[in-house]
Design a protein around this ligand. Structure first.
Ligand code: SF4
Ligand code: SF4
Length: 189
């Protein structure tokens, strides 16, 4: 079956039926993330403000923040740059389990995700081979993620705010239409 697309990104139908609940304290940030080269540059341009928000569990040496850039076609610029792990957590996670990139955006009165890498925003969803899908590899390696299914929500319902942010209102409405078609075709509604 050919997958439907929104804004050029194919949609894995599983996102509308897979059950997911999130009830831990951010274990997903313990492995770091791959940023797009453009996101990396924006983070570096904010280094002084980011350093001001960091605590003793983090490195204030920007040379320790990122891995070497590598080619990756799943990123807009074609280049991915991984964040380093420091004290068993992403270099940007503070000792209270908060992302300093998000804290900085809030402090500056911007949208909370203005400086956050898109793959952090989308998790537990991800873009793989130009398809919006479930990041089951990362979910599976985490000890707490989705292990206690405390409600009966789908991963799509769980990630609505993130998907609205990512696709914009017009794209999100297209996604809703695709969801309705798929659920009708599957006899779910
Ligand atoms: S950049 Fe922020 S949200 Fe993303 S993994 Fe690091 S601490 Fe978590
Ligand atoms: S997405 Fe998973 S690992 Fe991250 S906070 Fe939620 S349950 Fe925890």
């Amino acid at each position: 079956m050919e997958l439907k697309s929104v804004k050029g990104i194919k949609i894995d139908p599983k996102i509308f039926t897979f059950k997911f609940s999130c009830d831990c304290k951010g274990e997903c940030c313990n492995y770091g993330v791959y940023t797009d080269f453009k996101e990396y540059n924006r983070i570096i341009s904010l280094k002084e403000e980011i350093i001001n928000l960091m605590d003793e569990s983090q490195s204030k040496n920007i040379k320790e923040w990122f891995e070497e850039p590598q080619k990756d076609e799943d990123f807009d610029s074609g280049i991915a740059v991984g964040t380093e792990i420091i004290n068993d957590k992403c270099t940007f996670l503070d000792k209270n389990g908060l992302c300093v990139l998000q804290r900085l955006a809030i402090q500056k009165g911007l949208h909370k995700w203005s400086f956050k890498p898109i793959y952090c925003i989308l998790f537990p969803l991800t873009i793989y081979e130009n398809t919006l899908t479930i990041d089951d590899e990362h979910i599976d390696r985490l000890s707490t993620c989705n292990k206690n299914n405390i409600n009966n929500r789908t991963i799509f319902e769980h990630c609505k705010e993130e998907l609205l942010y990512f696709f914009g209102e017009d794209g999100f409405n297209e996604l809703l239409k695709i969801k309705d078609e798929i659920l009708v075709n599957n006899g779910v509604v």
